[in-house]
Design a protein around this ligand. Structure first.
Ligand SMILES: [Zn+2]
Length: 256
């Protein structure tokens, strides 16, 4: 799992701050570059295992989904001199790292006391992000990358809810509902967020049809995840854990 330095995988608000900081650094002739931006939960887990279940020194205090890197709102800045990365903070260079942090503060970027290169968006709580309360102003390149990370993650801790503003998946062609076989799409992919629009609530059933038993009634405006569509029915995931909880009639679900 390699490092990701793609600016488009960062949240646009954070991305802009990173750009401004890089300009300031260049202006001050401080040779810092972005060493790593977005980090997948798999890579975070791998790094977290180091010095714990795997050999090597400990490099992070955060397990998967517990670092702001997983949400595209953190980046690591490292010295890049003569084509090489350097974490050297001895002698004269100690001042450079202090200057990095001073310039970062100007743009609302916050360091971690135990991790010199790490800068993250100020005043963001991890618990907010884990609950799906993402900073406003997210764009599609950030959201799609985060969506992919969420879809590709299995196990614990659970992935956060999907970011909003993703394009709704087009409905299946009519032939998909021609018989009563379960035309389930690959789970975990193309999951879309939807909202219940039935004023008096929407019945969640055990299967895709009115003949199936009612499991519960979803409240008006309740947010759910649609895993797949079978004819006029949507397979619903209530918790956002990628597992199906039942089926609702698609006519009372609004996406996008
Ligand atoms: Zn970091």
């Amino acid at each position: 799992m390699s490092r990701d330095t793609a600016p488009e995988h960062l949240h646009p608000v954070f991305r802009h701050k990173v750009e401004l900081l890089l300009q300031d650094l260049a202006h001050a002739s401080l040779p810092f570059q972005v060493f790593e931006g977005f980090r997948s939960p798999q890579r975070q887990r791998e790094l977290y295992s180091q010095g714990r279940s795997k050999p090597g020194p400990r490099v992070t205090n955060a397990d998967a989904w517990r670092s702001l890197h997983q949400y595209g709102v953190a980046a690591d800045f490292v010295l890049y001199i003569d084509g090489r990365w350097s974490w050297d903070d001895s002698g004269e260079r100690k001042k450079w790292w202090q200057q990095l942090h001073q310039l970062a503060a100007k743009h609302g970027l916050q360091p971690l006391s135990w991790e010199l290169p790490h800068l993250q968006m100020q005043d963001l709580k991890l618990t907010q992000l884990q609950a799906g309360n993402y900073p406003v102003g997210g764009d599609s390149s950030w959201a799609e990358n985060l969506q992919q990370a969420i879809s590709n993650w299995q196990g614990l801790p659970p992935a956060p809810p999907l970011p909003p503003g993703l394009p709704a998946r087009p409905p299946l062609p009519p032939e998909a509902s021609a018989d009563n076989t379960y035309a389930v799409l690959s789970p975990g992919h193309c999951v879309v967020q939807a909202r219940v629009t039935a004023r008096d609530g929407l019945r969640l059933r055990a299967g895709p049809g009115t003949g199936f038993e009612i499991k519960t009634t979803l409240a008006c405006n309740q947010q759910v995840f649609v895993l797949s569509q079978i004819g006029e029915w949507s397979q619903i995931d209530l918790q956002g854990d990628g597992l199906a909880d039942g089926y609702c009639h698609s006519g009372f679900l609004a996406t996008g």
